[in-house]
Design a protein around this ligand. Structure first.
Ligand SMILES: [Zn+2]
Length: 183
């Protein structure tokens, strides 16, 4: 069910709309470095793992740039579509890890690699990040208090997605809420 979601352009349309909205809110603020005005400076990315029919505009990473001469620093708004510099869509990363972490029987690593054409090394890196770095990160420390204690720090992001799946009316809604929360 979750893997089917990743084949739907509608999921990406929704996430894109949220990204645009998140960027708009940040744009209303000032440059965090000098207080100057922020301008749009989106750039194109080539994320992997999604449907091939995704419209070009969804490939844009919303980004802002200070308009003041001498500063011109970039401000990166939060994103639901992209997870840092990783080359796969954020939703693909979350779903793949969640399927592997599913209890009692997670999908095999081999199956997930084949399903989304993910190199083994990449998959291992994602796991290492969510096991070793993410639980101790300032970001997760901030978010941790907003989720029930049942969310297992040793099984992220799968355990978090499960928590959203229990509350949401649809799997797509749960995935979107989870990505928005992580953004
Ligand atoms: Zn500035």
């Amino acid at each position: 069910m979750l893997t089917e979601l990743l084949r739907r352009v509608s999921l990406f349309r929704l996430l894109r709309a949220i990204d645009v909205d998140l960027a708009r809110k940040i744009r209303d603020e000032c440059c965090p470095h000098c207080g100057g005005p922020l301008r749009r400076a989106s750039y194109r990315r080539k994320p992997r793992g999604g449907p091939e029919t995704i419209p070009e505009e969804y490939l844009m990473r919303e980004s802002l740039c200070c308009g003041r001469e001498g500063c011109r620093k970039r401000t990166l708004p939060p994103s639901c579509l992209f997870m840092g510099r990783r080359v796969y869509w954020g939703c693909v990363i979350v779903v793949v890890l969640a399927l592997r972490q599913q209890r009692p029987d997670g999908a095999s690593a081999g199956k997930l690699q084949r399903m989304f054409a993910i190199p083994r090394k990449t998959l291992v890196r994602w796991f290492a990040y969510f096991r070793d770095e993410f639980p101790g990160s300032a970001k997760w420390q901030r978010l941790r208090g907003r989720v029930p204690p049942s969310v297992d720090n040793r099984r992220l992001p799968g355990s978090l997605l499960e928590c959203f799946l229990e509350k949401a009316v649809s799997a797509q809604g749960a995935l979107v809420d989870c990505l928005r929360f992580l953004a």
